[in-house]
Design a protein around this ligand. Sequence first.
Ligand SMILES: Nc1ncnc2c1ncn2[C@@H]1O[C@H](COP(=O)(O)OP(=O)(O)OP(=O)(O)O)[C@@H](O)[C@H]1O
Ligand SMILES: [Mg+2]
Length: 277
Amino acid sequence: MATAEVTSPDAALVVESANKVFPRGKGGDLQVLQDVSLTVAKGEVVTIVGPSGCGKSTLLTACAGLTKLTSGRILVHGKEVRRPGPERSVVFQHASLLPWRSVRGNIAYGMEMQRSASKGERKERVDWALELVGLENFADSYPNQLSGGMQQRVNLGRALATRPEVLLMDEPFGALDAMTKTRLQLEVSKISSETKATIIFVTHDIEEAVLLGDRVVVMSARPGRISRIFDVATPRPRGDDFAESETFVSLRREIRLCIYAPDDQRDPAGMGLVGSG
Ligand SMILES: Nc1ncnc2c1ncn2[C@@H]1O[C@H](COP(=O)(O)OP(=O)(O)OP(=O)(O)O)[C@@H](O)[C@H]1O
Ligand SMILES: [Mg+2]
């Protein structure tokens, strides 16, 4: 069932036999990732779902260079990840904004840290990001004057403004209201088409995973392994029609089964397999 990945010269990100063990002293070591291999093509959106605690965030932070693997390696455009780098941006579930900076200042912050754009270009990119996340009218507000959802939009804007080649997102919309979430999901889809950014998107929400992903990676309970990878062939961005389509409904059902029901409890007559991997 585990999917062997093929290394490709077009790969933006390659995870090779990743293992992660957290030592816990007397409690015994905790194996969190077990032999995880995954190749993500340039411009591809890969969504990752799996039970709580299976190692999704650990995998993502390892891709970001914030967590060291116990064994195995991660390559971004052929170069081994050892630390965070400007070609990768991370968006976590909770916004981490600088309270003394305005929305505009927070969005510019990532570029300033990277020294990645001229002053004029930074302003242009901030304006672009402000519009994208719908905060044009709050550019001069401060984080404590924003709702939680708006703060997360600033967080996303900051990551996008750096124009990352690889965008790593860990349940970025988990705390947002349904309307904002839907809008930002669509934007993420558009952004990936426009900027050709490669996106790895971790979520608890199976529907979100199917809506956004070119492929949906399902991880097993800890130690996290890749149980199966589903292809979602419908072109992005996908709208309301897709969410009501038979393809969407059957993928959702298959992925749910893959996460919650072991193979031997399945009803093969009732549930045809959808996708591949
Ligand atoms: N720094 C750490 N030290 C020790 N154990 C850790 C550390 N970080 C994560 N873990 C453990 O690793 C396991 C996987 O955690 P991780 O955050 O990757 O899961 P997850 O799949 O993202 O879960 P969730 O869906 O709840 O966010 C958990 O059991 C957690 O307790
Ligand atoms: Mg997590």
